[in-house]
Design a protein around this ligand. Structure first.
Ligand code: NAD
Ligand code: DAU
Length: 352
């Protein structure tokens, strides 16, 4: 038994692979193109572990996927690989269409050919697990209930439109060809190994460097935060017991305004690494808003809780404390990911 993971050198994918081996010896073939967001250092604890087979490659490369499926005969594909940053999708949507839409198409076609040739239990047990986002549902008003799986799709950014497109492909491959798929739509993740272009790690690394903490618009946009290993346990629960063709929302019932997140990070840093120059909140700087910025996301996670008994292990308070502590203990990791390419992105997005 083996699973094929795509995008397993990124933030969530690498947490998923590391977490997988805490409760399973089942080998993982990890296919990742190592874009700017992919980092083999995330997988360093598995360097000499024969259960982990890393393959550098692109999900758009159909011949490579066919070869990996034929060689390793996985019982499941867990598909994380994507371009994932909304701001980058605004500057350059092309890469998002290629990886998120064409890449998912290529993977689905390869999976369909492989699965069609399986027999008996292997065929019945095969799963294609598509990892998606709450952003496909659009933006909520303050009085709206959280997103349920039945909400209509109303994606607003090039990123969320590309993920919505991929979700529709997965749905169609199940409906038309019978491919055994499950899809999860998760809210904002945070935790160790998060690339510092996203809100929480960016605030931590900027604060430690004494740089401005850029808050878009009025900072009152709301996101629903989930500690990354809770997302991983949700994926494992759906992979093991999710009903075919179904989608499951994953979230931790943790709606927070961005400005409150930034203030929480500052307060934790004040406690754990006080700055003689004064409280870190002095660095908060309101900047021009993100174009088309979604105002509020919130996940109704009752389906996965009810049907699969999943619950998050972390509260926001325990998770954010662990996260800040991880960045303080891993400054060498941060320094290494802040390469030339990272610096180019920061100056394009925030100016010099
Ligand atoms: P990430 O950007 O940190 O990692 C993406 C990984 O995919 C990287 O390792 C990258 O090298 C790889 N990749 C990109 N293009 C590829 C290609 N063409 N072929 C092979 N590999 C490729 O992303 P993440 O935050 O870990 O997100 C993982 C998945 O979870 C994505 O599908 C994303 O849409 C979804 N998701 C993310 C969040 C979140 O808060 N980060 C929330 C819900 C869902
Ligand atoms: O909701 C799930 C999604 O969460 C995932 O699908 C995406 O892959 C992931 O990147 C994330 O998208 P967001 O756009 O919500 O995450 P980001 O960290 O970029 O921004 C979080 C909020 O913080 C958002 O309202 C924008 C704001 N923000 C972000 C940055 C980078 C700032 O105010 N300042 C910043 O510098």
């Amino acid at each position: 038994m083996t699973i094929l993971v795509t995008g397993g050198a990124g933030f969530i994918g690498s947490n998923f692979v590391l977490d997988w081996f805490k409760s399973s010896d089942e080998p993982v073939v990890n296919l990742d193109a190592l874009t700017y967001a992919g980092n083999l250092e995330n997988l360093a604890p598995l360097k000499d572990d024969s259960r982990h087979i890393f393959v550098k490659g692109d999900i758009c490369d159909r011949a490579l996927i066919d070869q990996l499926l034929a060689t390793h005969r996985p019982r499941a594909i867990v598909h994380f690989a994507a371009e994932s940053h909304v701001d980058r999708s605004i500057h350059g949507p092309g890469a998002f269409m290629r990886t998120n839409v064409e890449g998912t198409f290529s993977l689905l076609e390869a999976a369909r050919a492989y699965w069609s040739a399986l027999q008996g239990d292997a065929k019945a047990g095969f799963r294609f697990h598509h990892v998606s986002t709450d952003e496909v549902y659009g933006s909520l008003k303050p009085e709206d209930p959280p997103f349920a799986e039945t909400n209509p799709y109303e994606p607003n950014s090039p990123y969320s439109a590309s993920k919505a497109a991929s979700d529709h492909l997965v749905r169609a491959w199940h409906h038309t060809y019978g491919l055994p798929v499950v899809t999860t739509n998760c809210s904002n993740n945070y935790g160790p190994l998060h690339f510092p272009e996203k809100l929480i790690p960016l605030m931590i690394v900027n604060a430690l460097a004494g740089k401005p903490l850029p808050v878009y618009g009025d900072g009152q946009q709301i996101r629903d935060w989930l500690y990354v290993t809770d997302h991983c346990s949700g994926i494992r629960a759906v992979l093991a017991g999710g009903a075919l063709g179904e989608t499951y929302n994953i979230g931790g019932w943790n709606e927070k305004a961005n400005i409150d997140i930034v203030k929480t990070v500052c307060a934790l840093l004040d406690e754990l690494r006080p700055d003689p120059a004064g409280p870190y909140s002095r660095l908060i700087t309101y900047v021009t808003d993100r174009p088309g910025h979604d105002r509020r996301y919130a996940i109704d996670a009752r389906k996965i809780e009810r049907e699969l008994g999943w619950r998050p292990a972390e509260t926001f308070e325990t998770g954010i404390r662990k996260t800040v502590a991880w960045y303080l203990e891993n400054e060498a990791w941060v320094a290494r990911v802040q390469s030339g390419a990272y610096r180019d992105w920061v100056s394009q997005q925030y100016g010099d």
